[in-house]
Design a protein around this ligand. Structure first.
Ligand code: SF4
Length: 417
């Protein structure tokens, strides 16, 4: 039995005493489907009023049925993701904001981070003032690149002039918290082109930047083209150079790389995304949405719930019983431990050994001795005197592989049990 200090007892109590909830609403419709996209999406060009109204009704039914699972919690964050949530009318967004706030009263609604994902388009930029009035106070804008050739190669619907006018319109509508999504290592992209994207991105002075290396998921048109030899993925070394280039430019401009893919100005981290990385309760509603169910004595490590990814199956599940939509997986201690390390290592602060011990009874070394030793020896991991773990600069380039070793160690343990 591990030694337990008063601090650890308090920390363990806090693990079960998180009194907040984040709410994620998935709005899956997109004007057109990008060839690399692996999200739960539905083409809708345009989004018909009846389709929107039916989906809205389903979301409200699911919220009403599921709120009791998070009873008494206050709203910490609200996030509209997709798909392209901004193709919903502002009245629909307002209806949903009000319904969520009514279900989970926040301590101060004006301060609740409320994010809407938005794609550059003239239709959506005209709606920005109304989204602001509906209670949205943060935008995550899918710019991806300011280079028309790159946007074309990525199969995006928009072009750079619309990206620029959408960013101007967002500021004019009073949004003071903007996040820009940027894709790198796209088809044929080189570091000079990426440098130009970063130059222009910085001219727009966003508060937050999310960067994504283009991936080729097997079931997407890009994935199939790669398998057929019709496309080439960026070489690993070039992609690593790009990651270093992004980090150096953004950190030089005052951003903090607080998570592997995420950069923020001081005080502008994404509180909603942080809930996933810190394994806090999130109620996910809608097609393909994931929930992190609240921890309880029965489920000390929480549970995940995954909603169906097909629109008709989701509607059918909501119609049958809106409180049981989705498949639940209670997290075993092995899965939770692997994920705790995996998610913590993605963050700048890394893994807090005291917090880990409070949840799992022993410090990280007790479970991951060989993995920690090997990653430290290879220069990928730093281990503090108290057992805290943090990736080095080199380790950050290999974050997924380093973290995978910890997850695999837990996988072997659960197979062996
Ligand atoms: S806009 Fe975003 S969600 Fe929609 S298809 Fe493209 S990548 Fe996927």
């Amino acid at each position: 039995m591990a030694r337990e200090s008063k601090g650890q007892t308090t920390m363990r109590d806090n693990l079960f005493d998180d009194s907040s909830v984040g709410v994620y609403l998935h709005l899956p419709f997109c004007d057109r489907i990008c060839p690399y996209c692996d999200f739960a999406v539905v083409p809708a060009r345009p989004l018909e009023a009846a389709v929107e109204a039916r989906y809205l009704e389903g979301l409200q039914a699911e919220l009403t049925a599921r709120r009791s699972d998070f009873q008494g919690r206050s709203l910490a964050t609200l996030y509209f993701g997709g798909g392209t949530p901004s193709i919903f009318r502002p009245e629909s967004i307002r209806t949903l904001v009000e319904a969520v706030r009514e279900a989970f009263p926040a301590r101060r609604t004006d301060e609740t981070e409320t994010t809407l994902e938005l794609n550059p388009s003239t239709l959506e930029e005209a709606r920005l003032p109304e989204f602001r009035e509906a209670g949205v106070n943060r935008l995550s804008i899918g710019i991806q690149s300011f280079d028309d050739d790159q946007l074309k190669r990525l199969g995006r619907a928009h072009r750079a002039p619309v990206a620029r006018s959408t960013l101007s319109a967002a500021r004019a509508a009073g949004f003071e918290n903007l996040s820009i999504d940027l894709i790198f290592a796209g088809p044929g992209q080189n570091t000079t082109e990426l440098g130009r994207d970063l130059d222009e991105l910085l001219e727009w002075s966003p508060e937050h930047v999310s960067t994504y290396e283009l991936t080729f998921e097997p079931e997407t048109p890009f994935g199939k083209a790669l398998a057929a030899g019709k496309m080439e993925a960026c070489e690993e070394d070039r992609a690593a150079d790009m990651i270093e280039q992004i980090e150096s430019r953004l950190e030089g401009a005052g951003f903090e790389r607080y998570e592997i893919s995420s950069y923020a100005r001081p005080g502008r981290r994404s509180n909603h995304n942080a809930r996933y990385w810190q394994r806090q309760a999130v109620l996910g509603l809608g097609l393909g949405a994931h929930s992190m169910e609240a921890r309880s004595e029965d489920r000390p490590h929480g549970a995940r719930r995954a909603n169906p990814r097909s629109l008709e199956r989701w509607h059918a599940a909501v119609a049958a019983n809106p409180s049981t939509v989705g498949e639940i997986e209670s997290l075993s201690v092995e899965t939770a431990r692997g994920e705790a390390v995996f998610l913590a290592l993605r963050q700048r602060e890394g893994l807090n050994a005291l917090r880990f011990e409070a949840e799992f009874g022993e410090p990280p070394r007790a479970f991951f001795g060989p993995e920690i030793r090997s990653a430290v020896d290879r220069g990928w991991l730093l281990e503090g005197a108290a057992g805290d773990l943090q990736l080095t600069a080199e380790g950050r380039l290999l974050a997924d592989s380093v973290a995978a070793e910890f997850v695999a160690a837990e996988g072997n343990r659960s197979v062996g049990n």
